[in-house]
Design a protein around this ligand. Structure first.
Ligand code: HPA
Ligand code: ZN
Length: 345
């Protein structure tokens, strides 16, 4: 099954590129810039990655990002992720980046976006991975700061498909950013937002009503609100779910308690994603494998999750059709190896 999942064509829609910074690259970049890390070794960094909640993770995540200084650093970070994605048959990826994490420490907006963008261009030409870039505002900072960041981004609008909202959720409701998201949409940018990860279902409603999002990132607290569940199903608003992240941050105690199967069975458009793979112990393949094992998913479920990833992406309808045709062909090819699965399709 691990091989089958690895080769299943899929898209990733929820990955913070700064969260793909593996300790190996962190040490290499610290060396490059003669910086000292708070860890003595790669092993010590891995051991330090034990989180109680979202904030305890964010503290290490922002500290880790300090080694990202030059355009080359951002290129190397993004290229390393794309190579991993390629090995896991990720055909399309929509990547978040947090410009304020870098501008706050004196790294110009252009440095981060130029390095990431060039790697994404090379990912398309050298690996055949299509991509989109989503600028995330840090919700623990002010709406004014977010608006200023949007202004910084507008000259690079051709490189960005949309804007999102991440960082500490509790106490920072989506409605705080209504004006910024209005302005982003007026410029033709799509919108997404983290909501219902640690925050309540009301934040999911706000993201839909105030920020007019095309997708909800996480959204795993939706089952607490039956009306919301009905709306998400009726509107087919995608949820970009990150199972290993939710366990590592204590949103759910065990994978067996994770609601992804419940959400899928209820007819919501659920996808599987890695969030911050260097910190949470796995990329998309490992997330698929973990829920397959813990929740007893069928191959039909895995197929639906992969199909949802293409349906929920920001590509053209024709690109979706091509991607899903490849996915269907894969199912046909593997039919003989996996007979019970296909009978249910
Ligand atoms: N939640 C909120 N903000 C984040 C996350 C997350 O899982 N990862 C990186 N920034
Ligand atoms: Zn996230």
């Amino acid at each position: 099954m691990n091989d089958w999942i690895r080769e299943l064509p899929k898209a990733e829609l929820h990955i913070h590129i700064e969260g793909s910074l593996e300790p190996e690259l962190m040490f290499a970049l610290a060396d490059r810039h003669q910086m000292t890390l708070p860890y003595n070794s790669i092993e010590a960094a891995h051991q330090a990655y034990q989180f109680q909640d979202l904030q305890s993770f964010l503290d290490l995540y922002y500290a880790g990002a300090n080694v990202l200084c030059t355009e080359q650093d951002f290129y190397d970070l993004t290229w390393a992720y794309l190579q991993r994605a390629d090995k896991q048959t990720i055909r399309h990826t929509e990547i978040f980046f947090d410009p304020q994490t870098h501008t706050q420490r004196g790294i110009a907006f252009e440095v981060a976006i130029a390095g990431i963008h060039q790697a994404l261009v090379d990912g398309q030409s050298q690996l055949g991975i299509s991509s989109g870039l989503i600028l995330c505002f840090l919700r623990h900072l002010s709406a004014e700061d977010a608006m200023k960041t949007l202004e910084d981004a507008l000259p690079y609008q051709d490189w960005i498909v949309g804007v999102g909202l991440d960082s500490s959720e509790r106490g920072h409701p989506p409605s705080k950013f209504t004006a910024v998201f209005d302005r982003a949409r007026a410029h033709g940018l799509l919108t997404v937002a983290h909501a219902g990860e640690e925050g309540p279902p009301e934040y999911i409603w706000e993201a839909i009503d105030s920020l007019k999002v095309s997708r909800i990132d996480h959204g795993v607290r939706s089952p607490e609100d039956p009306k919301l569940m009905a709306w998400l199903k009726e509107q087919q608003i995608p949820l970009t779910v990150c199972p290993l992240s939710n366990i590592e941050l204590g949103v759910f105690e065990t994978l067996e308690q994770h609601p992804i199967k419940q959400l899928l069975d209820a007819g919501l458009r659920v996808t599987v994603n890695s969030d911050d793979p260097a910190y949470f112990g796995g990329y998309v393949q490992e997330n698929f494998m973990a829920i397959y094992e813990a929740l007893n998913l069928s191959q039909q479920d895995l197929y639906q999750l992969a199909k949802n990833s293409f349906l929920s992406s920001f590509v053209s309808e024709s690109a979706k059709e091509i991607a899903i045709a490849e996915l269907d062909a894969y199912m046909h090819q593997t039919l003989q190896e996996l007979p019970p699965l296909y009978n249910t399709l």
